[in-house]
Design a protein around this ligand. Structure first.
Ligand code: GDP
Length: 203
């Protein structure tokens, strides 16, 4: 898929106040600082679309971007912040769960994981919740340039094995680096395939 147009539409805090125009949604989520904003900018080819920063913890609302006038890229708040109050964390968790578990337009949720690290408990808890609730998701390993080829393969395999303790098979897994500009085509083609199937099934 070629992205010819990407525009910010609106911020919301729940399904009730998301944009009125209903379109298929592809959402992105991950722990704060995982590289989500960088990935969104890389995928869309728009540098300033999502706001990146070296400081963790800035996306506190749900942001909709309309892509090619035909689908929404949904930027969800990061989960598992260490540096916000318990009250704020709970509020965010409620916002995230409320959205991902109830938005009927959600085609797929891309869950971002830092390729350098073992899965953390809050990543696993979140993925298990998605599995239990039947939310379709896919895994994106970020910052793959930070490890050498062999260490990357070993770390990805380790994390896949950790997930296979809970699932018999895994959804598609993508390896990305916004520095090396890798993984973009694979993700966009996958979105395209889902959109085409969705269209066929709805006609
Ligand atoms: P967010 O909090 O998940 O939105 O993360 P950001 O996109 O703001 O990125 C957090 C930090 O990681 C920033 O300093 C980015 O420059 C850096 N970063 C993001 N993606 C990559 C990547 O693919 N490779 C490397 N080396 N650094 C990255």
């Amino acid at each position: 898929m070629k992205i010819t147009d990407a525009k910010f539409v609106a911020s919301c805090s729940s399904v009730a106040d998301k944009p009125k125009l209903s379109l298929p949604e592809f959402a992105f989520i991950g722990r704060s600082n995982v590289g989500k904003s960088s990935l969104i900018n890389f995928l869309t080819g728009c540098k300033g679309l999502a706001h990146t920063s070296a400081k963790p913890g800035k996306t506190l609302s749900i942001n909709h971007f309309i892509i090619n006038d035909s689908w929404y890229l949904v930027d969800l708040p990061g989960y598992g912040y260490a540096r916000v109050s318990k009250e704020m964390r709970e509020k965010l968790e409620k916002m995230i769960d409320g959205y991902v578990l109830t938005s009927s337009d959600m085609m797929l949720l891309f869950v971002l994981l830092d390729s350098r690290h073992d899965l953390l408990k809050n990543d696993l808890d979140f993925l298990i919740k998605l599995g239990n609730e039947g939310v379709p998701f896919s895994i994106v390993f970020t910052k793959c340039d930070k490890l050498g080829r062999d260490s990357l393969a070993a770390q990805v395999e380790k994390n896949k094995q950790a997930l296979l303790e809970y699932w018999e098979e895994l959804p598609p897994v993508f390896l990305t680096s916004t520095v090396d500009a890798t993984g973009r085509e694979e993700i966009l083609d996958y979105i395209d395939e889902i959109l085409k199937n969705h269209k066929t099934n709805n006609n």
